[in-house]
Design a protein around this ligand. Sequence first.
Ligand SMILES: NC(=O)c1ccc[n+]([C@@H]2O[C@H](COP(=O)([O-])OP(=O)(O)OC[C@H]3O[C@@H](n4cnc5c(N)ncnc54)[C@H](OP(=O)(O)O)[C@@H]3O)[C@@H](O)[C@H]2O)c1
Length: 284
Amino acid sequence: MEYRELGRTGWKVPVLGQGTWGIGGFYSKDESKDAEAIEAIRLGIELGMAFIDTAEAYGGGHSEEVVGKAIADTKAEVFVATKVSPEHLSYESVIRSAKASLRRLNVKTIDLYQVHWPNPRIPIRETMRAMERLVKDGLVRFIGVSNFSVSELEEAMASLAREEIVSNQVEYSLLERGIERDMIPFCERERITVIAYSPLARGKLSEPDKHLSKDEADALRKLAEKYRKTPSQIALNWVIRRPIAVAIPKAARVEHVRENAGSADWSMSPEDYELLCRVFSRRL
Ligand SMILES: NC(=O)c1ccc[n+]([C@@H]2O[C@H](COP(=O)([O-])OP(=O)(O)OC[C@H]3O[C@@H](n4cnc5c(N)ncnc54)[C@H](OP(=O)(O)O)[C@@H]3O)[C@@H](O)[C@H]2O)c1
């Protein structure tokens, strides 16, 4: 699996990670599919997607517990990213949330701790002060944000005294290309990693005939045939074509995990990449 530098940390992460929204439940705890989810995450790690993204909010915290179980006795080095919810961004709440996430994940350090969504009611300076405290205490390795605009990102960057913002996790796929306008150029300039969420447009790109226009579906299918890949693999390969980006598709089914892992370590020709950009241009 190809690795890319996270921000300008010198630390490298796999270009494909694993998302976990819905694993362990959506808005509250659901233990009914834990065994399958653990199997899927472990397979993903084995196939090189040793970068797991979760959040304290997912499944009311149970997603972190499932991730904790999945990575408990793996020998692979797994990069674990989680998020603090917008209602927990005061200094004390950030510290409390991080400690609770560490317990549920059963790890000593959170590799990447992200502010899940901005909260205009709490000064970002206060949140970042807590984030730096966590790094200083060795509980967090790197600080990231999610769903931040360029101006919110600039404010967060300016609030840090010693550390840097290493990533912004934002939606990015062939169907959602808004970040190409200003976020990607900004992150390229500042060397902030773009962690692309919903890179399969929540599964829509995996079923082109059901969800896409005829031109879009035809283009995806044609390239899938040409490269002997699937539409999902073409769609994910398109996202990680940008060197500043890594992607975190979520797959609870092992066959999907296997398929997604086959989206990296090859590239389509520049002409085919441009063709997809053209065909999906109304998604910009
Ligand atoms: N920061 C944020 O605010 C935010 C927001 C949204 C998402 N995220 C993160 O990003 C991750 C990914 O985004 P997402 O879950 O919204 O959407 P996604 O990864 O684009 O799509 C996930 C959906 O696609 C299906 N799928 C995955 N691989 C497939 C394949 N090869 N063939 C067919 N179907 C496939 C999955 O099914 P199965 O599960 O049944 O395999 C699931 O229903 C999340 O899990 C979460 O970690 C973050």
